[in-house]
Design a protein around this ligand. Structure first.
Ligand code: ATP
Ligand code: LTN
Length: 335
C-alpha cells in the first residue's frame, strides 16, 4: 500500500435490498467500476446493517447479501486492488456510529427527507434505526478518511450530514476525520421509469415493466424497452416534453458513449421501432459480460466467502486505526 497511500480514497456502499436496476447501474455502479481502475483507492461495501431498517426476511437478507457481493465483483471491480466487503463483518462501523450518535443533534437527524419519506410510506415500522441510518452511513465514510463518495443525487443530504458531524467532532475533540466530498456522475445520474418517464427507475416499483433489472434475461430486456412509453412524434430528438425518448437517449448514450447529437444523426428519418431495437441491443450488450460473470461467481460460493473474508480483514485494518483515534480523543479509557 506504500504508493497507494497517496491516492485519494473513495468509499461507497449499496444495500442488499433487491437486484439493482439499470438505473442503479448507470447512476452509481458503473461509476464505482470506473473509479476502481487505478486512479483511486476504493472501498465498496454491501450495507447489510442499513438494510435491517426495513426488516428483511433473515433468509432473504442472507442470500441477497452474497448476491450483492457477487454483483460488485461481476461488475469487474478487482478485489485484489480494491477493498470489497460486507459492512457487518467490520464491527468498527457500528462502534463508530455510537460515538457519532452522541455528536449528532436530534433536530439534524429529524430533517432528513429520506427518513420523513420512509416513515410516511411505512408507518407500521418507524424504528430508531431508520432515524439513525445516516449516522451509520457517516461512520461508514469517516472510518476510512474518505475523500470522495460516489452517490446518486438522493444521498446528497446524508453526505452533508456526515460532513457536519465530522466537522463538529473535529472542533470538539481535535482533528480526527477527513471531510468527505460527494462525487455525483454526470451521465446516468437519473434513469427514468420506462412506463412513467417523469419518475426515476426504481427497483421497488410494483410494475416490473417500469425497470430493467441487471439480471433480466436478454429477451426480457428487449421486451421491456420495446414497450417503453414514448410520444407520437416519431422523431428521435432530445427535447422538452419528450421524457420517454430523452430517457432512452440517455440510456443509449451511457451504453455506447455516443452523445445526443450523434444519436439524433444516427436515427434521422428512422422511426421509434428502429431506435428502440438499437437501445435494447446496446443494453443487452452492456449487461451481457456482467451477467455471465455473475452466474459464474454464484457457482463458486467458496471463492465469494474467501474474498469477503479477505475484504473484511483489509477494511478492519484501516477502520481500527480511525476508531482507536476517535475513542482516544473522546476520553474513553484506553488499556
Ligand atoms: P428503492 O427503489 O428500493 O428505493 P433504488 O432503486 O431507488 O431503491 P437505492 O438502493 O436507494 O436505489 O440506490 C442505490 C444507488 O443507485 C444510489 O446511489 C442511488 O442514487 C442510485 N440510483 C437509484 N436509482 C437510480 C436511477 N433511476 N437513476 C440513477 N441512479 C439511481
Ligand atoms: N444509503 C445509501 C447506501 C449507503 C452508503 C454508505 C452510500 C450506506 N452507507 C456510505 C455511500 C457511503 C443508499 O441507500 N444508497
Amino acid at each position: 500500500m506504500e504508493t497507494a497511500e497517496k491516492k485519494k480514497i473513495v468509499l461507497s456502499a449499496i444495500q442488499p435490498t433487491g437486484t439493482p436496476t439499470l438505473g442503479n447501474y448507470l447512476g452509481a455502479l458503473k461509476n464505482w467500476k470506473d473509479m476502481s481502475e487505478g486512479e483511486y483507492n476504493c472501498l465498496y461495501a454491501v450495507a447489510d446493517l442499513h438494510s435491517l431498517t426495513v426488516r428483511p426476511e433473515p433468509a432473504d437478507l442472507r442470500r441477497r447479501t452474497l448476491e450483492m457481493y457477487a454483483i460488485l465483483l461481476a461488475l469487474g471491480i478487482d478485489p485484489e486492488k480494491n477493498i470489497v466487503f460486507i459492512q457487518s463483518h467490520v464491527p468498527q462501523h457500528a462502534q463508530l456510529a455510537w460515538l457519532l450518535n452522541c455528536c449528532t443533534q436530534f433536530g439534524e437527524a429529524a430533517r432528513m427527507t429520506q427518513f420523513k419519506d420512509k416513515s410516511e410510506k411505512h408507518p407500521e415500522n418507524v424504528n430508531v434505526g431508520l432515524f439513525t441510518y445516516p449516522i451509520l452511513m457517516a461512520a461508514d465514510i469517516l472510518l476510512y478518511q474518505t475523500d470522495f463518495v460516489p452517490i446518486g443525487a438522493d444521498q446528497k443530504q446524508h453526505l452533508e450530514l456526515a460532513r457536519d458531524i465530522a466537522e463538529r467532532f473535529n472542533t470538539v475533540y481535535g482533528n480526527t476525520f477527513k471531510i468527505p466530498e460527494p462525487f455525483i456522475g454526470k451521465v446516468g445520474a437519473s434513469v427514468m421509469s420506462l412506463q412513467d418517464p417523469v419518475h426515476k427507475m426504481s427497483k421497488s416499483d410494483p410494475n416490473p415493466r417500469a425497470f430493467i433489472s441487471m439480471l433480466d434475461d436478454d429477451n426480457v430486456i428487449v421486451k421491456k424497452i420495446k414497450s417503453a412509453v414514448t410520444d407520437s412524434e416519431a422523431v428521435v430528438k432530445y427535447a422538452e416534453g419528450k421524457d420517454g425518448i430523452n430517457n432512452l437517449m440517455g440510456i443509449y448514450s451511457c451504453c455506447t458513449g455516443k452523445n445526443f447529437e450523434e444519436i439524433e444523426q444516427e436515427f434521422e428519418g428512422k422511426g421509434y421501432g428502429d431506435f428502440k431495437s438499437a437501445v435494447a441491443e446496446a443494453v443487452v450488450e452492456e449487461l451481457r459480460p456482467f451477467k455471465d460473470e455473475f452466474n459464474r461467481l454464484m457457482n463458486d460460493k467458496a471463492y465469494l466467502t474467501e474474498c469477503a473474508k479477505a475484504g473484511a480483514e483489509k477494511a478492519s485494518h484501516f477502520a481500527a486505526r480511525t476508531l482507536s483515534k476517535a475513542m482516544k480523543k473522546t476520553g474513553l479509557f484506553q488499556l
